[in-house]
Design a protein around this ligand. Structure first.
Ligand SMILES: [Zn+2]
Length: 564
């Protein structure tokens, strides 16, 4: 008698091979048999349902939430069974007693996670990174988590007040390298840094944004010494010079992989394609340069509850409306007089980035319900305005006050210059890329992309009409075997005897994303955007059912994944 049998499902096993009908048997948290198997103490009837490995999401920011929320929603709602945290250089260890607030401010600034929630939610109780890992290992949760060493925290720990300095001494580099090596030996699965001018806190650009190659290579040496770990970064260079030289040097001297986000933007229209071609060339020489790509554009959601939207800097809104409760705000905004006043005003800011983002009407679309993430050009606010003889501001305004102010405008940050997903498709299917960038747990007031693993199935494998789809076998592989392989998770990502029993049982026809919504359930009443989903019949972690028809079962089999 097996512990658990998933009976007669359509198995998409993560390797990319064609789906097949089979039973899957689980014993002791491990997959033991696939085919026709004996009875189980528990059986799940998966007839007409998909059985896939649990999703491995390598780009999240649950570093704080992981210490207070055993469910790690919304990722866990979407079939994610392993999350990688500590991305983009921000996180909460190592930390000198007394400097916790500084790390919270960085996380709040870069990832838009409410500082009050982090203050109230995190219990601390560690100083070194190994101590942080031990603290995580001692907590129960529904999903497996793995942690990377964030450069900002390491810099703050070693440099103190000088954390933001560009130049550091050889001794300081050696100390940062030692801390990183010790963290990796204790089970950290990577080191991460930020090199983008978009990542700021109230202290300015985050520590290490302009680190020298000496520093990056010096710290990077730790990964070679530990013999494991991925170097992750977010960089405005997108894999081009001046990053490229030290990146190649890093891969050559350590034998480790480096991964970084790429995207098509209006300032870098074609850089991504060169970066992909170069990654392919360098792979032939054994260098693991792994561009990280998303399965839909990183999408800002502009709504009245968002931290950023087209009217947030209008004087009347800022001074008279912003602080009102949502329903009252929407009602007031529908008042013709208020509407006329608002639409006679303009953004009260000279910040060029804000002005561009908040008036980019050709790249703003009503998201709708069900949400449409690949809208045609004629659905943009600019196109609707032109068609109806209104100003774009009027169209956006009227959209946003609909549904009591709960309507969102979808504003893709990148990858949507041609008004379809062909660029994204090329990125996803490139042999050197890895799927990531869901940013689970982050950007709580503006972005909700933790649902990307579900979208991969609903949109790419089933619903897409504006171009070619991706066969489901390939789509599943991208979010399982592929992501697991980049991070060296050899025990998961495929359905095979001996692998960890992390599984999803999915009603593929019924799988459906809800419209995103703002909820106020973080500690201290902090807000976050979440997105519900239907169609996950069961999610299984280490052989235990953690979610059944979208509801948590109370089982908390998740563990800390330690590398090495
Ligand atoms: Zn990130």
């Amino acid at each position: 008698m097996h512990d658990l049998v998933i009976r007669r499902g359509t198995v998409v096993d993560g390797t990319g091979r064609p789906r097949f009908e089979a039973d899957v048997a689980v014993d002791g948290g491990v997959i033991t048999q696939i085919g026709r198997v004996a009875r189980g103490r528990r059986e799940i009837d998966a007839h007409d349902l998909l059985v896939a490995p649990g999703w491995v999401d390598v780009h999240t920011h649950y570093d704080g939430q992981v210490t207070w929320d055993p469910l790690l929603a919304p990722s866990s709602w979407h079939g994610v069974t392993t999350v990688v945290m500590g991305n983009c250089g921000v996180g909460f260890a190592p930390v000198r007693p007394g400097s916790e607030d500084f790390l919270i401010e960085l996380m709040e600034g870069v990832e838009d996670i409410p500082g009050t929630a982090l203050h109230e939610g995190i219990s601390w109780g560690w100083e070194s990174f190994p101590e942080y890992l031990d603290a995580l290992a001692g907590m129960k949760r529904a999903v497996d988590v793995a942690a990377q060493v964030p450069h900002c925290a390491v810099r703050a720990y070693v440099l103190g007040e000088r954390a933001h300095d560009d130049e550091v001494s050889g001794d300081e580099i050696a100390e940062m390298s030692r801390l990183t090596r010790d963290a990796l030996r204790a089970g950290a699965i990577g080191f991460t840094t930020s090199r983008t001018i978009l990542h700021r806190s109230r202290h300015g650009l985050v520590p290490g944004t302009h680190s020298t190659p000496d520093e990056l290579l010096g710290i990077g040496r730790a990964l070679g010494e530990a013999g494991h770990g991925v170097f992750e970064m977010v960089s405005d260079m997108q894999g081009q010079e001046p990053d490229l030289t030290w990146m190649k040097e890093f891969c050559r001297t350590t034998g480790r992989a480096i991964t970084f986000a790429i995207a098509q933007t209006f300032v870098q229209r074609d850089a991504w394609r060169e970066t992909l071609a170069r990654a392919q060339q360098l792979a032939a020489g054994g260098l693991a340069i792994v561009p990280q790509v998303a399965c839909r554009p990183t999408g800002m959601l502009f709504g009245l509850q968002s931290s950023f939207h087209p009217f947030i800097l209008y004087p009347t809104y800022r001074d008279r409306l912003h602080a009102l409760p949502l329903a009252e705000r929407a009602t007031r905004m529908r008042d013709p007089q208020v509407r006329a006043q608002m639409l006679s005003e303009d953004l009260d800011t000279q910040d060029p980035i804000a002005r561009i983002l908040l008036t980019n009407w050709t790249q703003m679309f009503p998201l709708g319900d069900p949400p449409d993430y690949e809208p045609p050009a004629e659905r943009s606010i600019a196109a609707i305005a032109e068609r109806t003889g209104r100003r774009p501001e009027e169209v956006a305004y009227d959209q946003m006050v609909e549904n009591d102010g709960r309507q969102f405008l979808f504003a893709p940050l990148a990858n949507y210059l041609d008004y379809d997903f062909e660029v994204i498709r090329e990125m996803m299917l490139h042999p050197r890329t890895v799927l990531g960038l869901s940013d689970g747990g982050a950007h709580c007031g503006l972005i909700c992309d933790a649902s990307m693993p579900t979208f991969l199935l609903t949109h790419w494998a089933r619903d897409r009409k504006r171009g070619e789809r991706i066969p489901i076998e390939q789509a599943v592989r991208l979010q399982t075997a592929n992501t697991a392989a980049v991070y060296g998770f050899a025990d998961r990502g495929v359905i095979a005897p001996g692998k960890k029993a992390d599984l999803n049982v999915i009603d593929f026809d019924a799988l459906a994303l809800h419209a995103p919504e703002m909820v106020f359930d973080l500690p201290a009443g902090g807000r976050r955007l979440v997105q519900r989903v239907d169609g996950y019949r069961a999610t299984i972690v280490s052989g235990e059912v953690t979610f059944e028809d979208g509801a948590p079962t109370g089982a908390l089999p998740g563990q800390l994944v330690r590398a090495g």
